[in-house]
Design a protein around this ligand. Sequence first.
Ligand code: GTR
Length: 330
Amino acid sequence: MKRRDLLAGAAALAAGGALAGCRSRLAGTFLAADAQPADYPTSQAVEWMGRYLEQRTGGRLSIKLYAGAQLGSETETLEIAGFGGLDIVRVNLAPLNSIAPLTIAASLPFLFRSADHLHRALDGEVGDEILASMRPHGLIGLAFYDSGARSFYNTLRPIRTPADMRAMKIRVPGSDLYVAMVNALGANAVPIAYGEVYQGLAQGVIDGAENNWPSFESARHFEVAPYYSLTRHLLTPEMLAMSVTAWDRLTGSDRALVREAAQASVPVMRQLWNARVEKARSTVLAAGVAVNEVDIAPFSALMRPVWDTFVSTPEQASLVRRIVAMGDDA
Ligand code: GTR
């Protein structure tokens, strides 16, 4: 059996037979997947988008979301969406790095200096170009969601300088860029799925990982990794995308409505996000996790060769140049 059939079969089982190829699939119900739990801001925003579509179409269009990685890891759901077995995926840009090269331009370490900087870039032409670049890869980029700032956490000691990370086994998502970033800091990158991180930390297969406050908290990683060091090395956003197969089935006006609904969900998500960051931070602090600020200069100094290796086409370079020029205080 081909990997593609295996994936579709497993996902169809998880979704109760509602996925592609099953006769029970409802014409106007988009099947969506998110690796985060149902109460996480990304999942909530996708649910909100579904209600928006229902209201605008009198229930003709809607979304059925499978949250919590029920349909597989992000790499798997992207593959399933790529051949039309899933209609909507909400993923981080990291697993898209190897699929759609322009996503690299918004995934570089120490690129975005603040959430405002990120929004300025992604809410304009730069964001539109990255979303549009998804089509040859079987996806229609609909919108970006916030993902805050990723920092390192681990089971061993506070990280204050790159030397503190030497030889630490640090989990990263499936992106060569992340692997290179962690290795350039002197640690050893271990790419594994998000859903395996808790166990990996608890069993000592990995010493640490990196993520934002809400992921560190909601995946309970803070229970097993008591040091959180605020390197804020990545502000890589999330992406909401539709499979080209689902998109091509829609009329022009439904396509416009899907785009409108996705865009309308962005400010909703940002509000949910900010509230969730605060909640996650207090939960983590109350649990006694040692949180430390970090001088990022020695970390970002080591990223130059990583940028040089991964920004390899004129299109990527143009995006990066424009993002950097936007700064954070315009
Ligand atoms: C989270 C993101 C997830 C997933 C995860 C990871 O911040 O919301 O989509 O990408 O990180 O590290 O795998």
